[in-house]
Design a protein around this ligand. Structure first.
Ligand SMILES: NC(=O)c1ccc[n+]([C@@H]2O[C@H](COP(=O)([O-])OP(=O)(O)OC[C@H]3O[C@@H](n4cnc5c(N)ncnc54)[C@H](OP(=O)(O)O)[C@@H]3O)[C@@H](O)[C@H]2O)c1
Length: 330
C-alpha cells in the first residue's frame, strides 16, 4: 500500500538551526571604512547600538567575515563583547574565511589551505574576543581546494573547540556534496545572494528546458539539495540594498518602480514597513530562507523583523515575483 504521508523531513532537524533566529544580522557595515585606520570610538558605539537593537528585536545570529572592513567589523564587535561579556551566550556568531586580497605574495585569491584557514580561525577569535564561533563559513569556493586537507583542517578546529559548526557561501550543491563527503559534521548553511532583485534562484526552476532561460546563473538542484539535507539557505543582499524599500529609484526600470509601488501597497495592507514585505517574500519559499540583513539603521533593523508577522498568500507572492521579473511567467 502506498504511504500517502509526506516524507519531507521537517526543517530544521539540527538543534543549532532550531535555536537561531529567523533573520541574521550581517555585520559587513560595522567597523567604519575598508581601510587600515584603527576602529574609531564612534564605530564601537555603533556596534553597541546595532547589537542591542538586533538582540532586542529577536535576532540572535550575527554574520561576519574576516575581510569585512578589513577585520574592523570583527574588532568593533569584539570590543562590545569585551565590554559586555554577558552578551556572548545570548548570541550565535558565524564568520567566514578563505578570501585573500591582493598583497605582495599575489593577486586577489581564495585559499582553503590548512595554513590559511587555521590562521584565519585564530585571527577571527582574537578580533571577536571569543573562545569559539558557532559556525565557520567557507566564503567562496577555492578551485585549488584539496578535499582531504580542508576536511582535516575543519576537524582540527572543531576538535579544538574553536568552531562548532560549518557552512559554505556562494557554492553550488555539487561543491557542497563533495565537501560533505569528507566531513563528519553536517554543513549547516549556504549563504548566497538572493532577493527580489536577484531572481535566478527561481528562474532556474521555472525556465527549465526553456531556451529563454539559457543565461540563468543558478545551479539546478541547489535549493532542493539544501532542503533535503537541512542546510539553511541564508540570503545575502536580501534587502536588495534598499531598492524596493525607499531608495531613490528615479532612472530604474519600470519593473523596479512598479515593484516598489506593490511592496508599499502590501506593506500598508499588512500594516508593516516595506522591508518586512521584501523579506517575507523570501521567507515564504518552502526552502525557508534566512535573510541576512546588512542595514546599520536601527529603525530598519526593527522594520526587518516584522517580516516574521507576514505570511504572504500564494497570489501575493506570485504578484511580487511577476512584478520584479517584469513580465508574465511562461
Ligand atoms: N557571503 C557573501 O559573499 C556576502 C556578500 C555580501 C554580503 N554578505 C553578508 O550579507 C549582509 C547583507 O548584505 P548587503 O549589505 O550586501 O545587503 P542588504 O542587506 O540587501 O543591504 C544593506 C545595505 O543597503 C542599504 N539600505 C537598505 N535599505 C535602504 C534604503 N531604504 N535606502 C538606502 N539604503 C538602504 C543599507 O544602508 P543602511 O546601513 O544605511 O541601512 C546597507 O548599506 C552583509 O552585512 C554581510 O554580512 C555576504
Amino acid at each position: 500500500m502506498i504511504n500517502m504521508q509526506s516524507k519531507q523531513r521537517p526543517i530544521p532537524l539540527n538543534q543549532y538551526l532550531a535555536n537561531v533566529s529567523a533573520l541574521s544580522y550581517g555585520c559587513m557595515g560595522l567597523g567604519g571604512d575598508w581601510d587600515q585606520n584603527p576602529v574609531a570610538p564612534e564605530n564601537i558605539i555603533q556596534a553597541h547600538q546595532v547589537i542591542e537593537t538586533a538582540l532586542q528585536a529577536g535576532i540572535n545570529l550575527f554574520d561576519h567575515a574576516d575581510i569585512y572592513t578589513l577585520g574592523k567589523a570583527e574588532k568593533a564587535f569584539g570590543q562590545v563583547l569585551t565590554e559586555r561579556p554577558e552578551l556572548r551566550e545570548k548570541m550565535y556568531i558565524q564568520s567566514k574565511c578563505g578570501i585573500r586580497f591582493e598583497d605582495d605574495a599575489g593577486p586577489k585569491r581564495y585559499d582553503f589551505s590548512k595554513q590559511w584557514v587555521s590562521a584565519s580561525v585564530d585571527n577571527i577569535l582574537t578580533r571577536l574576543n571569543t573562545e569559539y564561533i558557532d559556525t565557520l563559513i567557507l566564503h567562496r569556493p577555492d578551485p585549488l581546494m584539496e578535499l582531504d586537507e580542508i576536511a582535516d583542517t575543519l576537524l582540527q578546529v572543531k576538535n579544538s573547540g574553536k568552531v562548532r559548526h560549518f557552512g559554505v557561501s556562494n557554492m553550488h550543491h555539487h561543491q557542497m556534496a563533495y565537501l560533505q563527503s569528507a566531513l563528519d559534521a553536517p554543513l549547516v548553511a549556504n549563504q548566497i545572494e538572493i532577493s527580489l532583485a536577484k531572481l535566478d534562484w527561481l528562474e532556474e526552476g521555472i525556465m527549465a528546458g526553456n531556451p529563454e532561460g539559457r543565461d540563468i546563473n543558478f545551479t539546478a538542484g541547489k535549493l532542493e539539495y539544501c532542503r533535503q539535507h537541512n542546510v539553511q539557505i541564508q540570503a545575502w543582499g536580501s534587502l536588495a540594498q534598499g531598492l524596493f524599500t525607499g531608495r531613490d529609484v528615479t532612472g530604474e526600470s519600470k519593473a523596479v518602480q512598479a515593484t516598489c509601488r506593490l511592496v508599499s501597497k502590501l506593506a500598508e495592507q499588512y500594516n508593516v514597513p516595506t522591508e518586512a514585505i521584501v523579506l517575507a517574500w523570501l521567507m515564504r519559499h518552502p526552502v525557508r530562507v534566512q535573510p541576512v540583513i546588512g542595514t546599520t539603521s536601527l529603525e530598519r533593523i526593527k522594520a526587518c523583523v516584522q517580516a516574521e508577522q507576514v505570511q504572504l498568500t500564494r497570489e501575493e507572492w506570485y504578484q511580487l515575483y511577476e512584478s520584479a521579473r517584469g513580465h508574465e511567467l511562461p
